[in-house]
Design a protein around this ligand. Structure first.
Ligand code: ADP
Ligand code: ASP
Ligand code: MG
Length: 388
């Protein structure tokens, strides 16, 4: 095995593996890197929309499937990808082996469907790298300390990749998807600017507010362990580097995030808040914020990053509704009156039904009634974001 500074973790998302031609293309990319003299660990997601399909089937057989069984079901998607990629690489004359999350020593807590990694013991991966093999790992999954199979939340293969990069002391982690890096907004919604480099904090804020190009927990992990992450497209093009910033810069608007991502709004009697919070804790769902009103009522906002199944977390509660959120993200921006005024005017122009606004140094977030914030995203991007 080459020294660990020659180890690189490459993660390929569902769109990069959507059909067998794409799998063979990824196999060629990986093989070329192996030939170039690197120890290669590849993390794969389920193909295309496989995970959505499995979720749909689960809800067809039961409206409220057990999270343990959901985890058993969903991990199938990544297992299928890893075996197919391993076969495709072997066909190119390289030795590859596929391993599940539990075989790779990814130990999690027991929070099924949204588990957190608590330890990684990559003994098996090191053995295989030692033999000169390419190692293919099923992303998005681990094994709890109770020896149950768990999943890491939607988009969790990114977290597998960063966690393995940390455990293997790799040079960096490369995350490949259908977009060549991180942009100032979702390229599916506006025509944004490319971002060459981001700090961990900037990327975490974007991911928390809905920029799903990198998973929030993965970036959080990368920051904690100081792993440099490259976001790239499987088809080539540019890249974005996420790492510790070289220097602290002044005020700047960075990006717009959110668009069609829904957050949960729960209206409650304040006297029942303790009971509601206990219910949410039982689902490992954290609130984003709580607003208390003079009439004795309160509203709670639930973010899908910290409360992914917010609808299920408050069963039987009479006032749960979706809101969309659109955030302007940057440094030292949230308290600027001129920007705030302009944002309110733009929201009125878009006929957005604003429920409330959250202002912070790092973001200005509009929560609105309705299902999509595409128009507001475009308006905010046009008004506030400039190339950096
Ligand atoms: P994968 O399935 O490979 O994990 P994802 O679908 O999770 O890929 O992430 C890539 C998608 O993220 C892109 O197709 C893009 O629409 C979306 N996206 C949202 N916000 C941004 C942004 N600010 N920059 C780049 N892509 C973004
Ligand atoms: N397949 C899982 C999902 O669709 C995990 C991932 O793609 O990262 O959420
Ligand atoms: Mg993803």
């Amino acid at each position: 095995m080459l020294p660990h500074e020659h180890t690189v973790v490459m993660k390929f998302g569902g769109s990069s593996l959507a059909d067998t031609d794409k799998i063979r293309k990824v196999a060629r990319l990986v093989a070329a890197r192996h030939v170039a003299g690197e120890n290669i660990v590849v993390v794969v997601s389920a193909q295309g929309k496989t995970t959505d399909g499995l979720m749909k089937m689960a809800h067809e057989v039961s409206p409220n499937p057990s999270k343990r069984e959901l985890d058993m079901l969903l991990t199938v998607g990544e297992r299928s990808s890893m075996a197919l990629l391993s076969m495709a690489i072997a066909d190119l004359g390289h030795q590859a082996i596929s391993l599940t999350g539990s075989q790779c020593g990814i130990i999690t807590n027991d929070n099924h469907f949204n588990a957190r990694i608590i330890d990684v013991k990559p003994v098996r991966i090191l053995d295989e790298l030692d033999k000169g093999h390419i190692v293919i790992v099923a992303g998005f999954q681990g094994m709890s300390y109770k020896k149950e199979i768990t999943t890491l939340g939607r988009g969790g293969s990114d977290t597998t990749a960063v966690a393995l990069a940390a455990a293997l002391d790799a040079r960096w982690c490369e995350i490949y998807s259908d977009v060549d890096g991180v942009y100032t907004a979702d390229p599916r919604i506006v025509d944004p600017f490319h971002l060459v480099e981001l700090s961990y904090d900037e990327m975490m804020e974007m991911a928390y507010r809905g920029a799903k190009v990198l998973n929030f927990h993965a970036v959080e992990f990368a920051r904690r362990r100081q792993i440099t992450v490259y976001a790239r497209a499987t088809d080539g093009g540019r890249e974005t580097m996420v790492r510790r910033p070289a220097l602290e810069l002044g005020r700047a608007v960075l990006a717009v995030a959110g668009a069609d991502r829904l957050v949960g709004l729960v209206t409650t009697d304040l006297a029942q808040t303790a009971e509601l919070l206990a219910k949410l804790s039982a689902h490992h769902a954290e609130i984003q914020y709580l607003l208390s009103r003079p009439d004795g009522s309160g509203v709670l906002v639930l973010n899908p990053v910290t409360a992914p199944d917010w609808r299920a977390a408050v069963p039987g509660h009479d006032r749960v509704e979706p809101l969309f959120s659109v955030s302007v993200i940057g440094r030292s921006i949230g308290f600027e009156n001129a920007m705030f005024n302009e944002a309110l005017r733009l929201a009125a122009d878009c006929a957005a039904e604003v429920f409330c606004v959250e202002a912070n140094p790092s973001h200005l977030t509009f929560y609105c009634r309705g299902e999509t914030g595409a128009a507001l995203t475009a308006a905010f991007h046009r008004a506030f974001v400039t190339p950096r």
